[in-house]
Design a protein around this ligand. Structure first.
Ligand code: ADQ
Length: 747
């Protein structure tokens, strides 16, 4: 049946019940509830509908009964449903549908009042079964912070009040007693009516989805979508309140036997393939969602359909098994941007393992959120490099918006009770966004970088907002106990939460912080060499012969301390001239974040230092430093590590540093190289049997390098044995399993 014929049949059916939302459906949304009132045209239309033979008409609104009665109570035969179903007006009297304890909402109201008063434009609306925070008029850069902190507070409260739920209405957050919802208006419409009564429900708000879901198969649900697509149980759409009024006029005309222009009728919503509607996902729904800013690998467009680029990296190896066990899904930014200012729709690929989901982000977020707030502000600050960090409001705004976008995508992919595991500093506010959307399941965060001391952390203008966001996680994991201590210290100093033992108590809820040291998959660095690679490495060793090989392998990043490492190598040649012609440094740097100016400067600094050292000390048969600006595959790296006499791993600060662990795993146990490791890498906690060094002290580092180069085989073997035991104890797999076990037991 075509659209016109379908609506003709519905419009002429008797009895027919209309369930009409008011704000955003019959009338446009306004800045405050008081400013949105139905005009004479709407009242006339409702009067005509309510009076029509065989037609029942109800306005089903979230507004309080007084306001609704005041605007529409005088229209004969028009029924009213106020406060999302809490109150009903049958034309003669109001009746309550549920008993709600007022003292409980009083308590929430007193919790919310201080922050609502402190944020101009924010409005608190008290109703019988709910409390609503309106934020349409909260402007400026404080808006997102207000939203995040309000959501955090509401979620804390909700975790102790299971009979209440959070609704995200248009520009408002509403906490409502669960037993009250608009869906009950459908049963009321059917009460005392013949079984063939049909319902047509029209609404634009998420609360109208309750009505849509309560409809019977032959009924019609129409979403007023204001030009934006969103998940809905409705099969039909109209654009805005003008279109709704046009359609209702057409419906009356059709009922009277006339014709109606097709342009006035609702249009079908194109079926969306990716996900079943909430509540219908059943057994196939993912039980675990991992979220990171970037995905490990996306489908390679150059490969035949169904194949992906081979996955590399410890994180993928770590997460793949835990995701597979739980029908998990991994969500991230595709790395692509949209031309418009909108976030792209969620795409999924569940053919490979792990199943992936991704979104495209608006183009200007790449600069403000990713390069800006994440990589030019949080990254250096969390590594305790505050000197050049200056914060910008527009970057913070983009950060909060991007976190909301990830939360929105996440909320659409899993059921509210699924486990969610968020990764790293890009997404510190995702738990708040998810809680705001009603997520009840456990949410964990693992931070891959250091967590700084409170004196550094509080340099962030939004340090308290970030902490509030972090406390919305149930579990926060760090690489080392020292980062956990820093986090506890920040929470104690900058929030009112109470830290006791391993638990942080705040508003009746608990967040746990613990160290989960990330490791590697040791066996993957112990595989036999690929013959072509073996040949290439042999040629390199031959070219260096008879000198000893000191090896540095890093992402090109200023936290890795590569210029300082070169300086210490230069000091070695000055302090111990006997090493000239006897030792070579090979530094392999993989290109990284080339869009950020500090990284281009770093590259220049390194190339200048390499030029200086080689110019000063190089001889016809000896090049002191070889600098390779390139990436290698795992087998290649493993062979390089194995060929080295010293693994020169000296970051100024590093969350963990997996290169140190990879170097250990790759050594020949009978003739192992020596690991020279910065004390300021998280890895130094577990790898205490390395030669530990201070990269801020070139003379000391030169002495440590000399010691490493001279170390006797027996001491090398003893140290290596202890190091290998540590690397084998906490691997990528034990890390993921431990974290998941802790996450799943927190609630
Ligand atoms: P990164 O800062 O990237 O990671 P790291 O842990 O050393 O630091 O991991 C680097 C990875 O890149 C290693 O697996 C290494 O093999 C690889 N790599 C480096 N140079 C390479 C090259 N030239 N070619 C190929 N591969 C190369 C962040 C934090 C760390 C934390 C990890 C994991 O900054 O502190 O250990 O996340 O949580």
């Amino acid at each position: 049946m075509d659209t016109t014929a379908y609506w003709q049949e519905i419009a002429r059916h008797s009895p027919l019940a209309l369930l009409l939302d008011m704000d955003g459906t019959l009338i446009p949304l306004a800045a405050t509830p008081d400013e949105a009132r139905p005009g004479a045209d709407v009242r006339e239309l409702l009067a005509a509908l309510a009076a029509a033979d065989g037609l029942r008409c109800a306005v089903v609104s979230g507004r309080p009964q007084g306001a609704l009665a005041d605007m529409l109570g005088d229209i004969p035969q028009l029924r009213l449903v106020a406060e999302h179903g809490m109150w009903r007006w049958d034309g003669a009297a109001w009746s309550a549908t549920a008993a709600v304890d007022a003292a409980t909402l009083d308590q929430l109201q007193s919790l919310l009042e201080p922050s609502v008063r402190a944020n101009p434009g924010a409005l608190l609306e008290r109703k019988s079964a709910s409390l609503c925070v309106h934020y349409r008029q909260v402007g400026g850069s404080g808006r997102e912070a207000f939203l995040v902190s309000t959501a955090a507070l509401l979620n804390l409260w909700l975790s102790a009040h299971e009979d209440y739920e959070l609704l995200e209405a248009a520009q408002a957050m509403e906490v409502r007693a669960r037993k009250v919802n608009k869906g009950s208006s459908v049963a009321w419409a059917r009460e005392g009516e013949p079984a063939d009564l049909l319902c047509v429900a029209i609404g634009d708000d998420v609360t109208d989805e309750d009505t849509f879901r309560a409809l019977a198969p032959g009924d019609a649900a129409i979403l007023v979508d204001h030009g934006r697509r969103r998940p809905t149980a409705a099969r039909w759409r109209l654009a805005d309140p003008d279109a709704v009024r046009g359609f209702l006029g057409a419906l009356l005309q059709l009922r009277r036997g006339g014709d109606a222009p097709a342009g006035l009728l609702p249009q079908p919503i194109a079926a969306r393939a990716p996900r079943p509607a909430p509540g219908a996902r059943g057994d196939r729904a993912p039980r675990l969602l991992a979220i990171s800013n970037r995905l490990p690998h996306l489908r390679d467009p150059a490969q035949p359909s169904g194949t992906r680029k081979q996955s590399v990296g410890g994180l993928v190896s770590a997460l793949e098994p835990v995701l597979a066990e739980r029908r998990g899904l991994w969500l991230g930014w595709s790395g692509k941007t949209t031309a418009e200012s909108e976030v792209g729709e969620v795409s999924t690929d569940d053919e490979g393992s792990p199943a992936l989901a991704w979104i495209d982000l608006p183009a200007d977020w790449e600069e403000r959120y990713y390069n800006g707030f994440c990589n030019r502000r949080l990254w250096p600050l969390f590594h305790s490099f505050p000197a050049h960090v200056r914060f910008r409001d527009d970057e913070w705004d983009a950060y909060t918006q991007a976190n909301q976008a990830f939360a929105e995508a996440a909320g659409s992919l899993v059921e509210p009770d699924a486990s969610v595991w968020v990764h790293d500093y890009h997404l510190l506010l995702v738990a708040s966004g998810l809680r705001q959307r009603g997520h009840r399941g456990p949410i964990g965060l693992f931070l891959h970088i250091p967590f700084p001391g409170a004196d550094v952390f509080e340099l962030i203008p939004w340090s308290r907002d970030l902490l509030a966001g972090l406390l919305d996680f149930d579990l926060v994991g760090f690489h080392t106990p020292a980062y956990v201590d820093n986090f506890h210290d920040c929470v104690s100093r900058l929030t009112s939460a109470r830290v006791s033992g391993g638990a942080i108590e705040h508003g009746g809820r608990v967040t746990r912080a613990r160290a989960f040291p990330l490791g590697i998959v040791p066996a993957s660095f112990q595989e036999p060499p690929d013959p072509a690679i073996a040949e290439e490495i042999a040629a390199l060793v031959e070219a260096l012969h008879p000198t000893r090989l000191v090896l540095g392998v890093d992402r090109l990043d200023y936290t890795k301390g590569i210029p300082d490492r070169l300086l210490a190598f230069e000091r070695l040649l000055q302090l111990y001239p006997e090493w000239r012609g006897q030792v070579s440094l090979v530094q392999v740097s993989v290109p990284s974040r080339e869009d950020v100016p500090e990284y281009a400067e770093q590259r220049q600094l390194i190339e200048n230092a390499v030029g200086r050292i080689n110019g000063e000390y190089g001889e016809a048969h000896w090049v002191p430093v070889r600098y390779l600006y390139r990436s290698y595959g795992r087998n290649h790296l493993a062979q390089l590590y194995r060929a080295a006499d010293v693994g020169y791993v000296t970051p100024l600060r590093d969350g963990m540093n997996l290169v140190a662990k990879e170097f250990v795993a790759a050594q020949d146990a009978d003739d192992p190289g020596v690991l020279l490791l910065s004390r300021f890498a998280g890895a130094a906690v577990e790898l205490a049997d390395a030669v530990l060094t201070n990269p801020y002290h070139p003379d000391g580092m030169a002495r440590d390098l000399d010691r490493a180069l001279r170390m006797e085989p027996a001491e090398r073997r003893t140290r290596h044995q202890a190091l290998l035991a540590a690397v084998s104890r906490t691997t990528a797999l034990t890390w993921a399993t431990d974290f998941m076990r802790a996450l799943e037991s927190v609630r």
